[in-house]
Ligand binder design. Structure first.
Ligand code: SPD
Length: 427
């Protein structure tokens, strides 16, 4: 007869598949399945992914718990399996070893709660026992799986359902479509949230309409990046636009969004669109001077394939590719999250377009860290500042197209900057 209340195995799984070690959905599923294989009753699970890498989580079982912390960069997982009663923790161990593809492992087994060291209280537990007997496991468990986009000091977390609709390592990045409870399906590139079904309109309306109303007659538009299709969808709402060229480096993003985010990827079949799966940086370098009225740079954050989208040479090439009078809009990062990238981009645009020709528009995206995000402009030639005189025209457009973020008042208001932002970009 056991002289302990519980059994605890502390496991080191080493040389595991690093992709699995960074996949919060797969790890949650494997931990829950491991508990079930060992005939435990699962009560709930809470898992977090930490950007760029690492997963922590716990599965609470009626017989105690399973917990994990992973370091994908070392292919390592530290796992605890704590059980009470008859449950065999080693069944869970075997299952996880296979699932994580651990090439080496070790484990320590400890008895917990040695009854020889404990004194039993003599309080009356008969009423609790009665209640416990009446309690029926609801037959489902609660999942808490969190996707976290963060730097070293702050984060934004979205609880997601655990559903993964698309997961592909392209030559450029890991492309995933996951499902969040609050914002629906979302596109994540290398663990950073790019867009979600429920708040995508904030970004896509604000990257396109202010510039297209600021320009007196935009006909030829270039979109660099924007593989989810939301930006071209908005641009193509403007009847005066005759031609849109979109250059996206990663065909996997387009494929994933066409299949799983069709309301965002809604305009890929538009006859005005020329779609190129190609390097936008090289495209800008080779573009004929004076070609475009408006260039929209819908890139991801300045790591991985989008890093070059924040360089002086790229924006100089874009400047040259604009017509004599033209507007550039770039995804400008956040003045509260990545201040350095935000400031450096603005200084680059000031240097190329002129100190008073690089306005910034702020807007709100609840699924990006801090929520405060920006588009940064370069105004070339005679394009006048951001403030419009087109209230009636804009309001008619907003109502015809059922826009949900942009309107004529917001057009002007989004260029009004808080003092700390003005300070941040001052040269
Ligand atoms: N941190 C998020 C930066 C997002 C950049 N691009 C979003 C793509 C939406 N079309």
């Amino acid at each position: 007869m056991s002289t302990a209340l519980g059994n605890h195995i502390l496991v080191e799984f080493m040389n595991c598949d690093p992709h699995i070690m960074n996949d919060v959905a797969a790890i949650e599923r494997d931990m829950v399945d491991a508990a079930k294989k060992a005939e435990a009753t699962v009560i709930n699970s809470t898992f977090h992914h930490f950007s760029p890498y690492g997963v922590s989580g716990v599965v609470v079982i009626q017989e105690s718990h399973l917990a994990i912390h992973t370091w994908p960069e070392y292919g390592y997982a530290a796992v605890d399996v704590f059980t009470c009663g008859e449950m065999n923790a080693w069944i869970a161990f075997d299952y996880l070893k296979e699932s994580f593809q651990a090439k080496s492992y070790s484990a320590i087994e400890m008895k917990r709660g040695s009854v020889n060291l404990l004194t039993r209280n003599d309080f009356d537990i008969s009423s609790m026992r009665q209640k416990a007997n009446e309690w029926v496991n609801p037959g489902f468990y609660t999942r808490n799986v969190w996707f976290t986009d963060k730097d070293e000091n702050q984060a934004l977390s979205l609880r997601f359902t655990g559903e993964v609709f698309y997961d592909h390592q392209s030559p450029f990045q890991r492309v995933r479509i996951l499902e969040s409870y609050k914002y629906g399906k979302m596109l994540a590139l290398d663990d950073m949230v790019m867009t979600t079904e429920n708040d995508e309109f904030h970004y896509h309306e604000m990257i396109s309409h202010p510039a297209l109303f600021m320009h007196p007659n935009p006909k030829n538009v270039l979109v660099i990046g924007g593989g989810d299709g939301g930006t071209i969808r908005e641009v193509l709402r403007h009847p005066g636009v005759e031609k849109v060229t979109m250059v996206e480096i990663d065909g996997a993003v387009i494929e994933a969004c066409k299949e799983h985010l069709p309301n965002i990827a809604a305009s890929f079949d538009d006859p005005k669109l020329t779609l190129l799966v190609d390097d936008g940086i090289a495209f800008a370098q080779n573009a004929a001077p004076g070609t475009y009225d408006v260039i929209l740079v819908d890139g991801s954050d300045p790591v991985g394939p989008a890093e070059g989208l924040f360089s002086v040479s790229f924006y100089t090439n874009c400047y040259n590719a604009l017509k004599e009078d033209g507007i550039l809009v770039a995804q400008g990062e956040s003045p509260k999250f990545n201040e350095k990238a935000f400031r450096e981009l603005n200084h680059t645009l000031q240097d190329i377009f002129g100190a008073d020709k690089a306005p910034v528009s702020l807007f709100f995206v609840p699924t990006y860290p801090t929520g405060m995000w920006s588009f940064q402009y370069g105004l070339k030639g005679n394009i006048q500042g951001p403030i419009h005189q087109k209230e009636a025209e804009i309001e008619a457009f907003v109502s015809t197209n059922g826009l949900r973020y942009y309107n004529s008042a917001l057009h002007n208001a989004s260029f009004a900057l808080p003092n700390f932002v003005k300070e941040l970009i001052k040269k």
